[in-house]
Design a protein around this ligand. Structure first.
Ligand SMILES: NC(=O)c1ccc[n+]([C@@H]2O[C@H](COP(=O)([O-])OP(=O)(O)OC[C@H]3O[C@@H](n4cnc5c(N)ncnc54)[C@H](O)[C@@H]3O)[C@@H](O)[C@H]2O)c1
Ligand SMILES: [Zn+2]
Ligand SMILES: [Zn+2]
Length: 391
């Protein structure tokens, strides 16, 4: 089968690799109809994770079940399914409590695993014609319809980007209500975090980035774009909130109640945007959040950065404004999305016409176009926000 293989820093290729097959009786093999490229793939593409050449990339698959192991009961050949990024067994202590990204059985000696991801278990990636799905009864989420119908882009985003955006709003405790929300990062995750906050009823959602095409998308979704190239985004948001008018006695609350980091450790340094400053977004959020507010950190922070930007450090330990967060009494939620908590709920928002996450998709291409799409996405060129491969 054909698959996208990590060759070296900023080099991927289309390779012929052995077909995915059933290994355990609980596996299925799916034929992939759509497989998205994610900002997380860029951490590997940019050489930041220590990924070994030969790794098949991809963790956002949609497809059709082709073969089933003898113990699989919930799906059959021909079923259309989306497969969550973070694989899980469904029954261990953490899975049973809904913490599927911390499954205790998918990575011996550790917790949590993902497809095509350095350090997250020995599982091949999904940017390929076929994918082996372990613990298939738990990991195959059934979908109606046919490949390439009107929901193809909505459904592929259920694998990771939409559930991560929603999870970010849960980490930041965005509830049903109009409290103001700020999202840093207007990649697919940030855009869909903003979209999730709007679906939940947020009245004011600000989205910060420095890429014009992405800020425009944020505006199309109904959020307020904030361009960090035009000045400190914290001050810009406070200014806008004051202009809207704050109730008497609440002038101190000109920040936001909920703040989301959808950028991660590759955050740009606003003082010199060609450089990185891994704690830039955390710093900004700590300044922006209102007293008693809540932060959700969905952007990835790497344990070790194998190729830090100039002046950067290999260590994942960052200096964060702990005292500011303490003084404000802020809660901070971190981490990978517990996909399975949200997948069916978000699927049903799509099926009932309430949500259309596929509107953030900008590019489609066959596997052969992956090298160009990766390069353009990495350089934030040609308006690539979310690209979907069709193997
Ligand atoms: N928690 C999870 O389970 C999970 C799942 C998927 C992705 N992620 C992570 O979420 C992050 C976003 O993913 P994506 O696919 O949207 O990536 P992306 O690379 O497309 O988007 C990141 C955006 O952040 C912007 N940015 C950079 N520095 C900034 C700054 N200082 N202030 C504001 N914006 C800034 C960039 O211009 C870019 O548009 C990545 O770190 C990714 O690894 C986490
Ligand atoms: Zn992803
Ligand atoms: Zn488990």
């Amino acid at each position: 089968m054909k698959a996208i293989v990590f060759e070296d820093t900023r080099r991927v290729g289309v390779h012929e690799v052995p077909d995915a097959t059933i290994v355990d009786a609980t596996d299925v093999v799916i034929r992939v109809t759509a497989s998205a490229i994610c900002g997380t793939d860029l951490h590997m593409y940019d050489g930041r994770t220590g990924a070994e050449p030969g790794l098949v990339l991809g963790h956002e698959p949609l497809g059709v079940v082709e073969q089933v192991g003898s113990a699989v009961q919930m799906v059959s050949p021909g079923d259309r399914v989306v497969i969550p990024t973070h694989m899980y067994c469904g029954v261990c202590y953490n899975c049973a409590r809904g913490y599927t990204a911390a499954c205790l059985r998918v990575r011996p000696g550790g917790f949590g695993a993902a497809y095509g991801y350095a350090g997250m278990g020995d599982y091949r990636g999904a940017q390929a014609e076929l994918l082996r799905v372990p613990f298939a009864d738990a990991n195959c989420i059934p979908l109606p319809g046919e490949p390439y119908d009107e929901h193809e882009d909505d459904f592929v985003l259920l694998a990771d980007a939409f559930v991560t955006g929603w999870h970010a709003t849960e980490l930041a405790r965005v509830g049903a209500g109009p409290a103001p929300v700020a999202v840093f990062g207007a990649g697919a995750v940030g855009l869909l975090a903003a979209y999730s906050a709007l679906l939940k009823g947020a009245g004011e959602v600000y989205v910060v980035d420095g890429v014009t095409a992405r800020l425009e998308k944020a505006g199309e979704l109904g959020a307020v774009p904030v361009d960090f190239r035009a000045g400190d985004p914290v001050e810009q948001i406070r200014e806008r909130r004051r202009q809207r008018g704050l109730p008497p006695g609440e002038s101190v609350l000109d920040g936001v109640q909920h703040g989301i980091d959808a950028v991660g450790f590759q955050a740009r340094d606003r003082a010199q945007p060609d450089a990185e400053l891994p704690f830039q977004v955390i710093d900004d959020l700590a300044r922006l959040v209102n007293p008693t507010g809540h932060l959700g950190i969905a952007g990835v922070y790497a344990d070790r950065d194998m190729h830090p930007a100039p002046d950067g450090s290999t260590s994942g330990a960052l200096t964060v404004p702990w005292a500011t967060l303490f003084a404000k009494g802020v809660s901070v939620g971190f981490g990978r999305t517990h996909d399975r908590r949200y997948t069916t709920r978000l699927r049903d928002l799509v099926l009932t016409g309430r949500a259309h996450p596929g509107r953030i998709v900008t590019h489609h291409g066959p596997l052969s176009e992956a090298p160009e799409l990766f390069a353009a996405f990495d350089r934030r060129e040609h308006g690539v926000v979310k690209a979907i491969l069709r193997p």
